[in-house]
Design a binder for this molecule. Structure first.
Ligand code: SF4
Length: 938
């Protein structure tokens, strides 16, 4: 059936890939000419010939494999299906993968570069040329670099969809200009993991687990939605038990053995109670803790007068967590004590096969949400299940990012609008505060790119973004790089259309399971044309209209910034094969596949293919485990050559060479350990103490801003969960998919029957949800699937457009009026819901849904956690029946109150501006885009 040896489809964890079972999947030897009957010709049997070219889905970060079926008659993509040769997704996709075809054929997609023809936000556009746009930005960026204003160039990314490419571009330019969406997404969860182990994401081996604990609706909608969901079910089929902590009965919770509808923010209390039970009942992995936890550092710092012995450490742990009784956790969370005890015991008995995951959810909702991931990792540490079969690895052990040629040196520049002094430990850029920083005059932006990012709509406090983006002193030049219209692009100077998942190159690797793989996104029509003898110089020549791919955009832009090479930028964009000539995108990836992916050249050679040809053929490659092990990497012994010239610190056992910590001595052997200051798992964080948070040196429980004590149900107050995802929508990018909008087109407010009765509403009634800075009007959905006292509203819907025929797609958006009133308040009112319309796609005349959902993020003030920097999404709200004059979809925002909320949360920080070492941030902590060590000094 296939000419790929089966061995290549066995994951390191031993799970077998399913390609042999997929009888209906075309085998690769037939991908050049796959024949099917034409469904539309039925009942006649008319053969259709397709060429199948793999690519990678771009509709979430999971990077599943897709196969594009290209109709040989029309030369167009007919459909997308899953790629069974992809190690992460193994042929399976969620609804969003095949919906890529809608995005390709969207009748309202932007096909040509646009330039504003009126004032910013006026909605007047004219077509321009790519040359004009590139030259305009090149001149602006070159001036900023030459004049040493290297903090005035900013690339602000929503969905990255690649590994490393932009970091190389920004490094070549020598700017500190990488901004991301991560502090509205995951920076808090990341902080909790990072402070333990120096890596900031978890990678559970669900398929081999005995017990799985999820703190999110992960299987349904989470970050690695489809690849992890399928492995959770595999684990369950092999006997694993599944517990889901989620106040909402999500699809995931509905599949669980235990649904744990905790009061939001109480999760860490429950986890620490479980930890205490595991300790009390001696279910912990004693040897693992003794060897790999920095208990000696804890004892020396916090208990210097106690015997510095491991057994005493365990006794002190029990003292430390004595307050976390099941009764305490039950009172905080609303769970039953017996359930907490039962699950704790099952986790303890699962031992090294305990898999756990949290992403967004509680970590993203609550002040101190990072304590949730920290407490969850504590359970993994106690059971010794870090990076074991069936356990949970740090992401870096299950991910592979190959190095490109000629890496730029790290720039000696620090942008305080990204990492300001108030947030020295922020795990990612303080993105949500950018409008405030601009307003305060902390800086300005000479050239600003929003890239697959829609902060006006996605971020909290979006009217502040509108005010910033329409201010030409604060933001001098702004381009929205986007595959589809969005609310932010409306306020840009240029809207530059970029390719969807089948129209661009990218390289991705994700921690979907216990394995390491790379996935190759490729522009399938370009590959098709080239295979058939039609040369293509740039991908846009094969894409619809003049839709570019970003990789080529950045090469072209970089070349124009430094046309003669005098700035030292051009050399990074010269071909590694043709000295002095401009790099082609084919050469960029060819070099990586030839030099940086272990095992790929050999696998390609076994099929008489060059590595690039192999990747073009299969679209992915799993690194053989002999070349890249995935389990217990901390136990990798250092080689004698590694140790040459190194010193061992007698007290801590850390091994240092050339000023860099490279490992740790454990029981007389030199191991690689973890990338932390102690090279061990940091139960005790000296970093938190040194950087102003001594009360957080060990895993603990922070009272959230929406703690139960802060919510008074009798006064009509509720806790609003605004973060949950609908599994069939893509944040702000599914507006261009008719199928996805047909499936999901409403985001009512979930409310428990007890609460609905209290305020006198039924399903479908309008309710007013009031936050601290405004309110919105939506319909109620009365359901037992939410715990009493908590209401929830998905963030996916409520798209808007300001003109009938322009702006966000008509599959998804309402026509609205949006404006600022004299007193500074902002109001949005829906003028017309979704309507059928005439286009090249007859389905646009068949649209049957009328409401576009309701936007809520405009009504949220900024809530940056003072430690992790994460926006804490949960809200204390009042919910009541709508008032006279309220309309579905109304949004009201008081900007003065928004300013007060910003100031309140800023006052919670502990700026570290007078440190004797002069550091802005601990040197050991990761930064997504890292300047030189010298830039860390003030
Ligand atoms: S899980 Fe994500 S990457 Fe996979 S098919 Fe769905 S949207 Fe695409």
């Amino acid at each position: 059936m296939t000419n790929i040896p089966l061995q290549q489809h066995i994951a390191p964890s031993g799970e077998q890939m399913s390609v042999r079972d997929l009888a209906s999947c075309p085998p690769p030897e037939k991908w050049r000419d796959w024949v099917e009957y034409d469904a539309k010709a039925w009942p006649r049997k008319v053969e259709k010939h397709y060429e199948i070219i793999p690519t990678i889905c771009f509709n979430c970060e999971a990077a599943c494999g897709l196969m594009a079926y290209i109709d040989k008659e029309s030369g167009r993509v007919q459909r997308f299906e899953g790629n069974p040769y992809h190690p992460g997704s193994r042929g399976r996709n969620c609804a969003k993968g095949p919906a890529t075809i809608n995005q390709v054929n969207d009748p309202e997609r932007i096909l040509y570069p646009l330039k504003r023809a009126g004032k910013r936000g006026e909605g007047k556009w004219e077509r321009t040329t790519w040359d004009e746009a590139l030259d305009t930005f090149a001149a602006k960026i070159r001036a900023a670099i030459v004049e040493d204003r290297r903090d005035e160039v900013m690339y602000h990314v929503g969905r990255p969809g690649h590994d490393g490419y932009m970091e190389r571009v920004l490094g070549a330019w020598g700017v500190d200009g990488h901004n991301s969406h991560t502090n509205v997404c995951s920076s808090s969860a990341r902080f909790g993991y990072h402070i333990w182990c120096g890596m900031d994401r978890p990678s559970p081996d669900h398929a081999n687990a005995r017990f799985i604990l999820l703190i999110s609706s992960h299987l349904e909608t989470g970050h690695y939605f489809n690849p992890q969901a399928q492995r959770i079910i595999e684990g369950k089929m092999k006997g694993a038990k599944l517990a889901v902590m989620d106040p909402r009965l999500s699809n995931t919770a509905s599949m669980a053995d235990y649904w744990l509808p905790t009061w939001p923010g109480s999760e860490a209390a429950v986890l620490l109670a479980m930890a205490r039970i595991i300790l009390l009942e001696k279910l912990y992995n004693r040897e693992y803790l003794r060897r790999w936890v920095n208990w000696q550092e804890y004892m020396a710092a916090e208990h210097p007068h106690e015997p510095q012995e491991f057994d005493r450490f365990i006794e002190l742990l029990l003292d430390l967590y004595a307050v976390y009784t099941p009764a305490f956790a039950a009172a905080e969370s609303g769970l039953a004590e017996e359930t907490i005890i039962d699950i704790a015991r099952q986790i303890g008995h699962a031992g090294t096969a305990f898999a756990a995951h949290t992403w967004r959810a509680a970590t993203a909702g609550n002040l101190g949400g990072w304590q949730v991931s920290r407490a969850l990792w504590f359970l993994s540490v106690l059971t010794g299940s870090i990076g074991t079969p069936g356990g949970t690895a740090p992401n870096a052990w299950n991910k592979f990012v190959p190095a490109p040629f000629l890496k730029p040196s790290l720039p000696d520049v620090w942008n305080e609008m990204l990492f300001p002094p108030e947030y020295p430990l922020a795990n990612y850029e303080m993105s949500i505060l950018l409008p405030y920083f601009l307003k305060e005059g902390r800086g300005k932006l000479a050239a600003y790119f929003t890239r697959v990012y829609n902060p006006v709509w996605t971020n909290p406090d979006g009217t502040g973004w509108i005010e910033a983006l329409t201010n030409e002193q604060q933001v001098e030049l702004h381009a929205a790089l986007t595959p589809t219209w969005n609310e932010t692009a409306w306020y840009a100077d240029y809207v530059l259309p970029m390719g969807v998942g089948s129209e661009r190159h990218d390289l991705m690797s994700q921690e979907t399971h216990a394995g390491r793989w790379i996935g190759f996104r490729q522009p399938v029509l370009r590959v098709y044309k080239e295979r058939h003898g039609e040369p293509v110089q740039f991908t846009y020549q094969a894409n619809p209209g003049e839709v570019w791919e970003e990789d080529e955009f950045w090469i072209e832009l970089s070349w124009r910034i430094d046309p003669d090479g005098s700035l030292g930028i051009r050399k990074y964009f010269e071909s590694p094969y043709r000295p002095g000539a401009k790099l082609t995108i084919e050469e960029y990836y060819r070099w990586i596949f030839e030099h940086s992916v272990p095992g790929l050249p050999e696998a390609a050679a076994s099929e008489n293919l060059a590595p690039l040809e192999y990747m073009r053929k299969y679209g992915s490659f799993e690194i053989p485990t002999q070349k890249a092990p995935v389990f217990t990497i901390n136990e990798r012994e250092l080689k004698p050559a590694d140790l040459e010239g190194s010193q061992v610190d007698e007290r801590s056992g850390t091994i240092t060479r050339s000023g860099v910590k490279i490992g740790v001595m454990v029981d007389g052997k030199a191991f690689e350990g973890f990338p932390t200051p102690s090279r061990k798992l940091e139960f005790y964080s000296a970093t938190l103490k040194e950087w102003g948070w001594p009360e957080y040196v060990t895993p603990g429980y922070t009272h959230s801003h929406v703690h139960r004590a802060n919510i008074d149900a009798e006064r009509g107050e509720y806790l609003l969960i605004p973060t949950f995802r609908l599994p069939t929508l893509i944040h702000t990018r599914s507006g261009n998919s008719k199928w996805l909008n047909e499936i999901s087109n409403a985001n009512p407010v979930w409310i428990h029957p007890i609460d609905a009765r209290r305020i006198g509403v039924e399903s479908g009634d309008l309710v007013r949800v009031a936050t601290e800075i405004g309110h919105y009007i939506n319909r109620a959905w009365v359901t037992d699937g939410i715990r009493p006292g908590v209401v929830a509203c998905s963030h996916h819907l409520g798209r808007w457009r300001l003109e009938t025929g322009q702006g966000a797609d008509r599959w998804t958006s309402a026509l609205v009026s949006l404006g600022r009133e004299q007193d500074g308040a902002w109001r949005l009112r829906q003028l017309q819901g979704v309507q059928p319309y005439t286009s090249d796609d007859p389905d646009s005349a068949r649209i049957f849904w009328r409401e576009a959902g309701v936007h809520q993020n405009l009504t949220f003030g900024v809530h940056p956690d003072p430690v992790s920097g994460m926006h804490c999404w949960h809200q204390k709200v009042t919910v009541e029946a709508a008032h006279a004059g309220d309309h579905y979809g109304d949004v009201f925002v008081d900007r003065r109150k928004a300013q007060q909320v910003y100031e309140q949360w800023l006052a919670m920080t502990r700026p570290q501006t007078t440190r004797p070492d002069g550091l802005r941030r601990p040197l050991w902590m990761i930064r997504p885009y890292r300047p030189a060590a010298s830039a860390f000094k003030r």
